[in-house]
Structure formats: C-alpha cells, structure tokens
Design a protein around this ligand. Structure first.
Ligand code: HEC
Ligand code: HEC
Ligand code: HEC
Ligand code: HEC
Ligand code: HEC
Ligand code: HEC
Ligand code: HEC
Length: 477
C-alpha cells in the first residue's frame, strides 16, 4: 500500500515548487527529490505530455509539499527496462493519507457500484471480451468508474456485497483509479471535475442522454450562453444538482431504471384489485419494506404495472416472488430504492431547486415527472403482457438457455421482433421519457421518448395479433 502523503510530509518538510522547478530547502528531502527528478527527466523524453501535465497540476503547483511521481507509482521502476514494476494507483491510494472524505462518500454512492452493476447483467456475459474486459472499449470503458472485486450472488453471497480483497484489481493493470473519471491524470484538477462536460462521456447517448437533455434544457442553454460558469452561474450544472456541497455520493430517487421498491402496503393494497393473486402477494409483502412514498401516487394499477415490468426482467418470478436477480440487482446493486432513501433524496433535490425556484413550481415539476413514469409504465406493461401471452399460449417457445421469457435483460440478444421492441422501450424510449421530464428537456421527453414509446407499443400489439392469427392458420391446416 502506498503511504505517500506520510512519506512526503517526512521527507519534504519545507520543500516548495516555483513554476514547476523544485527548490530544496531541506536535505532530508533529497532522496525522494533526486528520484523524482530522475522520473521527470527520463519521462520528459519518454512521455513528455505526462510530465507537462504533472508539472502544471495543482498538487505540484500549489502544495507546500508537492505530491511526487513516486508517491503514486512507487520507487520500484527506475530504468527504461523495468516499467512493469511501476505501481499504478487505485482510489484507495488517494485516500491513504489525504482525500479520505471523498473516498468514503464515493464508496457509499452509485458510482462505486458501477463495475458490479455491469457484471450483474446477463447482457454483459453474452458479449465478447473486448467489449467488456480490460480493453475498456464498451461497457467497461464507462463502468470502470466503479470498484472492482465486489462480490455478490454469483459468488454465493446473498447478504451485502463483499470485497475480494484486491484479487480482481490485481488482474487489471490499468483502470483501477476510479477518481480519474472526473479528475483526469495527471492534472487532477477540481475545476475540471466541476464542469458538466466532465460527465458527458458516460452520461450521454442511447439509454441515458443526460448530457443532451441538459444541453437542450434552459439550465444547460443558459450555462452555455453565459460562458460556462461552473460555480456561480444563474443556472445549475450537473454537479450542483447531483454533488451538492462537493458530496461524492451520487444517487437519485428513481435511479437509472425509474423503478422503486413496492412497500408492504402497496402490495397488500393490490389484493383488492387482483384477489386471485392473494397468496403470492401476501408472501411477496413479507420481503418488502414498510413506509410510504411522500407525495407519490399509490394507485394499485400502477403497482401492478410495475410488478409486470419486474416480472419481465426476471426480478420477480411468474408467481411474483423475488428471484436471485432481485437480490443481485435491487438489493446488492441498489438499482431501486425503498421509501426512506427515496424520500430523503427527493427532499434534498427539491431544496436545491428551491434556491432559485418557488416551492410550488418545484412541486409541480416533480409531480408531472412522476406522473409521466406512471403513464409510460402503463403502456410498457400492456406491451409486455401481449408478449407474455404468446409464451403462455405456446405461440413462442422459451429459447434454449433462457431462464425467463420474455426476458428484458437479454437486451438486444432477444430473438423476435416484438422482443426487440420491448428492449427498445425499456432502455431507450421509457428512459428518455422520464429522464427528459426530470431534466426539463421537452424534446427528449416527448419526441425522443413518449412518441416512439407509443409507436413501439402499437407495433407490438399489432404484431402479436398477427402472430396469433398466423399460429391459428397453421393449426387449422
Ligand atoms: C531511464 C528512463 C526512465 C526513468 C528514470 C523512469 N522511467 Fe518510467 N518509464 C520509462 C519507460 C521507457 C516506460 C515505458 C513507456 C512506454 O512504454 O511508452 C516507463 C513507464 C512508466 C509508467 C507506466 C507503466 C505502465 O505499465 O504503463 C509509469 C507509471 C512510470 N514509468 C513511472 C515512473 C516513475 C514514478 C519514475 C521514477 C521513480 C520513472 N517512471 C522513472 C522510462 C523511465
Ligand atoms: C497523484 C498521483 C499521481 C502522480 C503524482 C503521478 N501519477 Fe502517473 N498515474 C496516476 C494514475 C491515477 C494513473 C492511471 C492508472 C490507471 O490507469 O489505473 C497514472 C498512470 C501513469 C502512466 C501510464 C498511463 C498512461 O497514460 O500512459 C504513466 C506513464 C505515468 N502515470 C507516469 C507518471 C510520471 C512520470 C509521473 C511524475 C512526473 C506521474 N505519473 C505522477 C497517478 C499519478
Ligand atoms: C466514467 C464514466 C462516468 C462519468 C465520467 C460519470 N459517471 Fe455518473 N455514472 C456512471 C455509471 C456507470 C453509473 C451507474 C452506476 C451503477 O451501475 O450503479 C453512474 C451513475 C450516476 C448517478 C446515479 C443515478 C442513479 O442510479 O441514482 C448519478 C446521479 C451520476 N452518475 C452523476 C454523474 C455526474 C454528475 C457526473 C459528472 C460530475 C458523472 N456522473 C460522471 C458513469 C459515469
Ligand atoms: C457510454 C458509457 C456506458 C456504456 C458503454 C455502458 N454503460 Fe451502463 N451505464 C452508464 C451510465 C452513465 C449509467 C447510469 C445512467 C443513469 O443512471 O441514468 C449506466 C447504468 C447501467 C446500469 C444500471 C445500474 C443501476 O443500478 O441502475 C447497468 C446494469 C449497466 N449500466 C450495465 C451496462 C452494461 C452491461 C453495458 C454493456 C452491455 C453498459 N452498461 C454500457 C454508462 C455506460
Ligand atoms: C463524478 C465525478 C467525480 C469523481 C469520480 C470524483 N470526484 Fe472529486 N470532485 C468532483 C467535483 C464535482 C468536485 C468539486 C466539488 C465542489 O464543488 O466543491 C470534486 C472535488 C474534489 C476535491 C476537492 C475538495 C475541495 O474541497 O476542494 C478532492 C480532494 C476530490 N474531489 C477528490 C476525489 C477523490 C479522492 C476521488 C476518488 C475517490 C474523487 N474525487 C472522485 C467530482 C468527482
Ligand atoms: C436542475 C438540476 C439538475 C441538473 C442540472 C441535472 N440533473 Fe440529473 N437529475 C435531476 C433530477 C431532479 C433527477 C430525478 C431525481 C429523482 O429521481 O427524483 C435527475 C436524475 C438524474 C440521473 C438518474 C436517471 C435520470 O436521468 O433520471 C442521472 C444519472 C443524472 N440525473 C445525471 C445528470 C447529469 C450527467 C447531468 C448533467 C449533464 C444532470 N443530471 C443535470 C436534476 C438535475
Ligand atoms: C442556480 C439556480 C437554479 C437552480 C438551482 C435550478 N434552476 Fe431551474 N432554472 C433556473 C433559471 C435561471 C431558469 C430559466 C428561467 C426562465 O426561463 O426564465 C430555469 C429554468 C427551469 C425550467 C424551465 C423554465 C420554465 O419556466 O418552465 C424548469 C422546468 C426548471 N428550471 C426546473 C428546475 C428544477 C426541477 C430544479 C431542481 C432539480 C431547478 N430548476 C434548479 C435556475 C435554476
């Protein structure tokens, strides 16, 4: 383990940097300094860009005891032939003596779960290694912001996640630093991390276009018009809404998938609407939290629609019981919140809006956006039920190796046209509908979200009808 801040303070008690030039004021610092000068000198020709960034970094420029190459990379490599001996830091290295607060906060939030979340997906396991592994070209390129080596249900752990003690980290030479997702090396600037463009290489595109939504909302437009003020602008940045007071624990009420865990009361309330499900619902309720979602609609019809979505994702079984996926994705991966966390985060977010907007305006915005999830869920559930019916009636057969069918988590590996449409609704249209609503991007909410969602539901309803007709004709022959 690196103990560099400690080492630095011992060795460099009064060393200062002036314009990147090291001034020795204390002989005790000579060892570390001499070695560092060697690193800098040789790397000035090997990787001049890195040296330039390093010399320009606030940790080199501004600190009384500058951080040295050796503090992060150790002393072991010092010649042109033993580069493999250099150590590459992890997020823990940053916290070893200095940035403990940020690490502790980040560990509590969703970013830390990103690698685990990715690996919990069926779709991940179906793809070739270059897309998922240490080439960092696809899923892994974005999800490396998460900590490696978190173990869950696939390793037989059914409680909280456990750490493998560094085994998986050791399998990967690069990509364990996490913090460099926003504070890129070797300048590690705070100002860079405060810029919303920093979030945009991951939070963009197909299933989570928050960057595009922000840039088409009044918030982003004013940020851009008024010269990209990241701290005291008239409108907030991503960071001001999601990392208020510099808190590194990012997390939202609805999360990526726009799901929440039903409460005991929600599920028991369903029995009135679906008395035939009394037994399964009573059993399901024993797994669920108490409490209620403040200001949210608890219409049983919506509870049922959400249950059907979870069923199609294999998170609830055919008889509505929690599956191993429920534990892995919802409990361990924290993909959905229960009422206490949901309410707490909602209140915090509203308080942020309230700095610039009236309480009533803010409440209206959240009510409308929540209601949009309800409408989208109802459409989605109709389409799912039409496809589920095809499996029930033997018109579609469960593909070999599939545990559930239809299975939303097969993503684009689904076999039929109607299931490809379900996949598009789940990851593209429904996401854009509600994410666009919350981020005040009307075009994403409507034309990129709701409109194609409705079109897709119509395609599915029509197509399933045709498939039934075709099956009847075959039978009649
Ligand atoms: C005599 C030249 C020389 C010296 C001195 C030197 N390096 Fe290197 N270093 C290299 C070369 C060559 C590479 C490989 C570069 C490449 O592959 O393009 C390298 C690679 C690295 C890497 C990347 C390792 C990897 O696996 O990608 C790190 C980190 C590194 N050096 C840090 C240091 C530190 C810290 C010091 C001082 C303790 C140092 N270097 C001193 C020549 C040197
Ligand atoms: C504050 C910590 C820190 C300091 C100081 C630091 N580095 Fe790094 N370095 C990192 C991190 C983080 C990575 C990325 C590791 C990864 O990919 O997991 C890295 C990666 C590297 C790499 C390989 C990756 C690449 O982009 O090629 C080289 C080479 C390197 N550092 C050289 C140096 C040299 C030379 C110095 C001093 C002039 C230095 N570093 C100072 C943190 C540091
Ligand atoms: C390197 C890619 C990357 C960068 C850069 C990045 N994120 Fe993320 N972010 C992710 C991933 C991946 C997840 C999903 C984590 C998981 O699997 O649980 C995520 C999750 C989140 C969530 C949690 C949503 C929820 O489920 O509640 C928020 C909020 C968030 N990021 C905000 C930001 C902000 C703000 C920035 C810029 C300051 C940022 N992110 C930069 C990759 C990134
Ligand atoms: C462009 C970067 C990027 C790529 C590529 C990417 N993801 Fe993500 N992923 C994210 C971001 C950002 C989030 C969080 C989005 C949000 O909360 O709205 C996320 C969220 C997730 C989540 C949800 C976690 C949760 O708790 O809600 C899972 C699971 C996931 N991704 C798996 C994958 C898999 C598997 C792949 C490859 C097949 C993949 N991702 C490819 C950036 C990416
Ligand atoms: C998702 C992007 C993101 C990631 C990942 C991230 N940071 Fe930050 N960091 C920020 C932002 C934004 C700020 C500025 C916060 C503010 O406005 O006060 C910041 C500020 C900081 C500061 C300066 C605090 C201050 O008060 O001046 C430190 C130190 C820091 N981060 C360390 C870390 C460490 C260590 C990690 C990894 C454990 C990390 N950060 C990961 C976005 C990030
Ligand atoms: C005006 C404040 C605000 C700004 C600016 C903002 N967000 Fe959000 N963000 C929200 C709200 C509100 C939600 C929904 C919270 C909830 O679930 O109740 C949200 C949700 C999210 C989520 C979870 C999935 C979703 O989209 O609903 C992610 C990830 C996210 N934002 C990332 C970003 C990124 C990245 C940026 C900048 C490009 C950004 N946000 C800008 C307020 C903001
Ligand atoms: C730093 C101040 C600030 C914060 C914080 C802020 N906004 Fe805004 N917001 C603005 C400004 C300025 C405008 C542009 C006002 C106008 O259109 O005249 C705006 C515009 C909007 C609009 C579109 C304009 C309209 O009148 O329809 C919505 C919706 C909105 N904000 C919602 C929110 C929500 C929700 C939050 C919290 C998640 C939030 N804002 C946080 C400053 C802020």
């Amino acid at each position: 383990m690196l103990r560099w801040c400690f080492v630095v303070s011992m060795l460099l008690s009064s060393t200062t940097f002036v314009h990147g030039k090291i001034i020795h004021e204390n002989n005790a610092s000579a060892d570390a300094q001499t070695t560092n000068e060697k690193c800098v000198k040789c790397h000035n020709s090997v990787t001049p860009g890195i040296v330039k960034q390093y010399l320009d970094s606030p940790m080199t420029q501004l600190l009384k005891k500058p951080v040295l190459c050796v503090n992060c990379h150790s002393y072991e490599h010092q010649t042109a032939d033993d580069a493999h001996k250099a150590k590459l830091p992890t997020a823990d290295s940053c916290a070893e003596k200095c940035h403990t607060d940020q690490l502790v906060q980040m560990r509590k939030g969703k970013h830390n779960l990103a690698w685990f979340g990715m690996k919990s997906q069926l779709a991940y396991h179906g793809q070739p290694a270059p897309i998922t592994g240490d080439g960092y070209r696809g899923c892994s390129g974005c999800h490396k912001i998460g900590q490696k080596g978190l173990m869950g249900i696939q390793e037989g752990i059914t409680e909280e996640l456990e750490s493998d003690g560094g085994k998986e980290i050791a399998e990967y030479r690069y990509g364990n630093a996490q913090c460099d997702a926003c504070h890129t090396r070797h300048s590690f600037k705070k100002s860079e991390a405060q810029d919303p463009r920093t979030c945009s290489n991951c939070h963009m595109g197909f299933d989570h276009p928050q960057w595009e939504m922000y840039m088409s909302s009044k918030h982003g437009i004013i940020w851009d018009i008024e010269n990209n003020q990241n701290v005291n602008g008239r409108t907030p940045t991503c960071q001001q809404c999601h990392m208020a007071e510099g808190n590194h624990e990012v997390r939202t009420s609805w999360g990526f998938l726009g799901l929440r865990i039903p409460t005991k009361e929600n599920v028991l309330g369903l029995i009135k609407v679906a008395p035939n499900l009394e037994e399964s619902l009573t059993k399901l309720a024993t797994f669920l939290p108490d409490g209620n979602y403040e200001g949210l609609d608890d219409d049983p019809g919506w509870v049922l629609d959400r249950a059907i979505i979870l069923q199609a994702a294999g998170i609830l079984s055919a008889d509505l019981q929690p599956t191993e996926r429920f534990i892995e994705i919802v409990v361990q991966g924290e993909a959905a919140n229960g009422p206490s966390k949901f309410n707490e985060m909602r209140a915090k977010m509203k308080a942020i809006c309230n700095d610039c907007h009236a309480k009533n305006f803010v409440a209206g915005h959240f009510n409308a956006s929540d209601a949009i999830i309800k409408s989208a869920d109802h459409q989605f559930s109709k389409a799912i039920q039409a496809v589920q019916g095809l499996y029930k009636d033997g018109i579609l057969q469960k593909p070999e190796g599939w545990k559930y069918a239809p299975d939303l988590l097969q993503f684009y590996d689904a076999k039929t046209k109607v299931e490809q449409e379900l996949y598009l609704i789940m990851l593209k249209y429904r996401q854009r509908t509600f994410q666009g609503a919350f981020h005040a991007s009307n075009d994403y909410m409507h034309w990129y979200g709701w409109a194609p969602l409705k079109a897709s539901v119509n395609i599915i309803l029509e197509e399933t009808k045709n498939m039934r007709k075709a099956a009847q004709t075959v039978e009649a022959k």
